[in-house]
Design a protein around this ligand. Sequence first.
Ligand code: HEC
Ligand code: HEC
Length: 345
Amino acid sequence: MTHFRTTMLLAASFLLTLTAVTAWSDDAPAQAFTLEAPLGIDLDALQVPDDNPLSAEKIELGKLLYFDGRLSSDGTVSCATCHHPDKGFTDQLKFSKGVDGQEGGRNSPTVINTAFGYFQFWDGRAPTLEAQAGGPIENPIEMASSHDEAVKTISGIAGYAPYFEKAFGDKTVTIDRITKAIASYERTVLSGNSAWDRFVDGDKAALSESAQRGLELFEGKANCTRCHVGFNLTDGLFHNLGVGMDADKPDLGRYDVTKKEEDKGAFKTPTVRDIQRTGPYMHDGSVATLEEVIELYDRGGEKNQWLDVKMVPLGLTDGEKKDLLAFMKSLEGDWKHEAPANLPK
Ligand code: HEC
Ligand code: HEC
């Protein structure tokens, strides 16, 4: 199984090192910072833009902002409302509820390990976490604010000034700095050291016999690694499983970004780490349980014109379905993240 773990993730040009951060650009006054890698996690694959190197100070500020509802128009909705650590960095709802309880049309994906992705959102429309973070603040049904409004509000909270100063060299608040700080915090939301990681690392007792059979199925008969591949269990690419395609006006996903026919109904492959904590599943939250997910794959997805060629009926026995489920449950990481005790006043 090492071949599967070490599968290189797309282009090597994305590889960036996290340690040698000594450049003193305007936005990086802070000193070098090294993240600690949980077992099984390849930090070289973390996507960190050159103009936003990690620093402890940016991460600290970003964490406060991530949990601060004052970034929204009515002060009630923060990033954590829809991506909460207690709920596997999701909201565990079919559709998220934003300001005034408004519902969107997509399920809130987990923020866990999303820093390894080359694309953000189910349809990949944002290239980086920085670009992503500006979206919800001004999305009318999420935080329903504007970038100017958010900057004004945060500038008006005196307690934030020292945090901006430490992170960026002076206390000026800009949307660029807000999103850089939030993205830096998100890069610390890493999950590894699961029973699976420990098993691969040589602890043969870490997985039950059933979960070991499940792992074999995951890589073999059940075809899962054709898409959920590498240490983060995703190819980072887009596929049509047919989910939601029977709607009158189906969500066309990646197609709306690329306008390519073959992208119709294709969505980004999510990680399946911590999968037990992040239901309901799929871009439309239409699949309630992991048992139902396995049934969906067993029948080869939902038939439609654009179904991914990798989706084929699997013919799993009841015992094999149980084994696969046992393996999925072994993917829970040992991370700890909590809301900050206090927000700046
Ligand atoms: C009202 C709920 C809501 C709020 C508030 C919210 N999000 Fe999201 N988030 C979502 C939904 C729903 C999606 C998926 C939307 C899509 O793919 O079109 C998403 C997608 C994401 C993604 C992409 C993950 C992936 O796997 O591609 C990240 C990262 C993210 N949000 C971070 C944030 C941050 C940071 C904030 C605060 C600035 C925030 N979210 C605020 C609901 C929310
Ligand atoms: C053809 C590529 C492909 C294959 C093969 C595949 N998946 Fe997926 N998987 C995806 C994509 C893409 C999604 C999201 C689809 C959507 O939302 O419409 C997904 C979603 C999931 C989800 C829900 C994740 C979430 O956060 O909502 C689980 C669980 C899952 N897959 C497990 C499996 C298992 C188990 C197998 C093997 C039986 C498997 N997948 C095979 C591409 C694939």
